[in-house]
Design a protein around this ligand. Structure first.
Ligand SMILES: NC(=O)c1ccc[n+]([C@@H]2O[C@H](COP(=O)([O-])OP(=O)(O)OC[C@H]3O[C@@H](n4cnc5c(N)ncnc54)[C@H](OP(=O)(O)O)[C@@H]3O)[C@@H](O)[C@H]2O)c1
Length: 308
């Protein structure tokens, strides 16, 4: 595998297997992070309207000197915009300074009140999230299909969707989602869901592959032992493990050395991990370490295993 390794989407488009994440990257750090990433060989940046830093991501893209056409850019529709897909997309395009996206995702399958008391996280008087209960996620998908038809995005997909939610979307979908971006890592491998997605031709993408901020995964003894044996870092093994399963890996850093190290290390781990290593890593979660790090209090059952 090389830094330009591509995976195929169900519509014939290709996606670089490793992308730079931008969640929690502060606006004053993210432009430099994106610039460094592109200069060191990344060709895929994962963004979202809700991250509040897309303008600075765009600055980093331009500062890198890498042509737009060589970079795969993903962004995501936020919950308060499910009734207004094109409006959210246009705002993202303007902020990034581009006229198309390579991939556009529904960030969470949870429509939220578009005229509530907050533009990002509207809440009800009792403090719970103000969901837009009269809106059906399948109509959001229709909006996604429309922006695809208009050519504003090359591919469309979903994020944070369980098998139950995918099945619901598929009942009326004309376009099969190209990807489902999920929390996937050593402690939350979701083997059943990954197998299901592959059977439907939907490519899984791993978010929080290192376990996100202050992650215990970086100190996992099983991964650390495998890393030591192959003269790699534990973080390399965590990333390479997912790549070997043909899962797109989205990893965030704003530290130049870690940005470059993650790309090189993930590819090394991809090449060095053995079938036995993979079997051991596959069992870590089931052997008492199952854990999710991202469980926003949406107040609705999304149909995931091991939630809460
Ligand atoms: N669809 C969704 O709902 C969703 C949810 C969460 C995330 N995502 C996407 O997935 C991306 C990745 O997930 P994530 O940001 O949660 O977590 P992550 O990539 O698993 O971990 C990022 C954390 O690890 C640190 N780090 C990075 N490389 C490291 C290394 N080699 N050694 C030690 N620490 C390291 C980073 O700090 P430094 O920056 O200081 O290096 C940061 O604190 C996000 O940025 C976002 O684009 C999507």
């Amino acid at each position: 595998m090389s830094s330009s390794h591509l995976l195929k989407l169900n519509n014939g488009e290709s996606i670089p297997a490793i992308g730079l994440g931008t969640w929690q990257s502060k606006p004053n750090e993210v432009a430099r992070a994106v610039e460094v990433a592109l200069k060191t060989g990344y060709r895929h940046i994962d963004c979202a309207w809700a991250y509040g830093n897309e303008k600075e991501v765009g600055e980093g893209l331009r500062a890198s000197g890498v042509p737009r056409s060589e970079v795969f850019i993903t962004s995501k529709l936020w919950g308060t915009y499910h009734r207004r897909v094109e409006e959210c997309l246009d705002d993202t395009l303007a902020k990034l300074g581009t006229d198309y996206l390579d991939l556009y995702l529904i960030h969470w399958p949870v429509p939220m009140n578009p005229s509530g008391n907050h533009p990002v996280f509207p809440k009800r008087p009792d403090g719970t999230r103000d969901r837009d209960e009269s809106w059906d996620i399948r109509d959001t998908w229709k909006g996604m299909e429309e922006v695809l038809k208009k050519g504003k995005v090359k591919s469309i997909g979903i994020s944070n969707c369980s098998e139950m939610m995918v099945e619901k979307i598929l009942t009326t979908a004309n376009v099969i989602p190209a990807v489902n971006q999920l929390e996937l890592h050593l402690y939350n491998p979701q083997h059943k869901l990954v197998t299901y997605l592959k059977s439907k031709g939907i490519l899984p993408e791993a978010y929080s592959p290192l376990g996100s901020t202050n992650s215990p995964l970086l100190h996992d003894e099983v991964a650390a032992e495998i890393a030591k044996r192959h003269e790699l870092k534990t973080s390399d093994v965590l990333l390479g493990y997912l790549l070997r399963k043909d899962i797109v890996v989205l990893t965030k850093s704003v530290n130049p050395a870690r940005i470059e190290g993650n790309l090189i290390g993930a590819l090394e781990a991809y090449n060095r991990l053995t079938t036995e290593d993979m079997a051991i890593l596959d069992d870590v979660a089931a052997n008492g370490k199952q854990k999710r790090f991202s469980m926003p209090p949406w107040g609705v059952d999304l149909g995931f295993e091991n939630w809460g």
